[in-house]
Design a protein around this ligand. Structure first.
Ligand code: ZN
Length: 219
């Protein structure tokens, strides 16, 4: 089954120029590892940016964004399986790089923590304070729990699938949502859904009273 939901131009351009926070970059890079189409789009952007830079250099101006861009695109590890190589790849390799390195292994190595109502999560540490990154395991047929947040959200499906409205998201599909959109992703029947979810980090309030009630109000 081919991937139907891809990285938006905004995210891809920010990723290429190195201006995305680490959490968002992890979701984008993991999608790229699974999606030849978006790797092609990135290559086209790279070509266009190179042509623009050549023009800029002729005009005597320099742009550091280009070197960041090159460094970023060189990082992408391509995991396309060529027909002859399929047998040598472990059948259990569900997590693409760079995600697999972040969590220190593949699905079998993960230490899930119960979220309640049959769902599990693993929080993933990054150095950026802007995002919250987690793996979620949603039981078949159940909605994604605790789904109240503000700001942008990227969800990459790694196993199983979920429905959101009329859209079906399966392995490799990336859903981009923002806080204005009221949505209830629900795992499809028959198989648990495992996905990488990146959201904007919860607001940090300075008042200790607000900090105290924050987990209760889930704001
Ligand atoms: Zn794609």
């Amino acid at each position: 089954m081919s991937i139907k939901h891809h990285i938006s131009d905004d995210f891809l351009i920010d990723y290429a120029s190195g201006s995305l926070a680490e959490g968002w970059s992890l979701a984008v890079a993991s999608h790229l590892a699974l999606c030849p189409e978006c790797r092609r789009r990135l290559a086209i952007m790279e070509g266009a940016a190179g042509a623009l830079l050549d023009k800029a250099e002729q005009n005597g101006s320099e742009d550091q964004a280009w070197s960041r861009f090159k460094a970023r695109t060189a990082d992408i590890r391509v995991e396309e399986v060529k027909p002859g190589q399929a047998a040598s790849r472990p059948a259990t390799a569900v997590l693409p790089e760079p995600l697999r390195s972040y969590v220190g292994g593949d699905l079998a190595d993960l230490k899930w923590r119960a979220l309640g109502r049959g769902a599990y999560q693993i929080l993933i540490d990054t150095k950026d304070k802007e995002t919250q990154v987690r793996l979620l395991r949603i039981p078949a047929g159940k909605p994604v729990p605790e789904h109240t947040h503000e700001g942008r959200e990227l969800t990459l499906v790694l196993a199983g699938s979920f429905r959101d409205g009329d859209d079906l998201f399966a392995r490799g599909d990336l859903e981009e949502a923002d806080g204005d959109l009221l949505h209830t992703p629900t795992a499809t029947e028959g198989e648990d859904c495992i996905c990488l979810a990146v959201t904007e980090a919860p607001l940090k309030f300075s008042s200790w009273i607000v900090r105290l009630v924050q987990p209760i109000l889930k704001i």
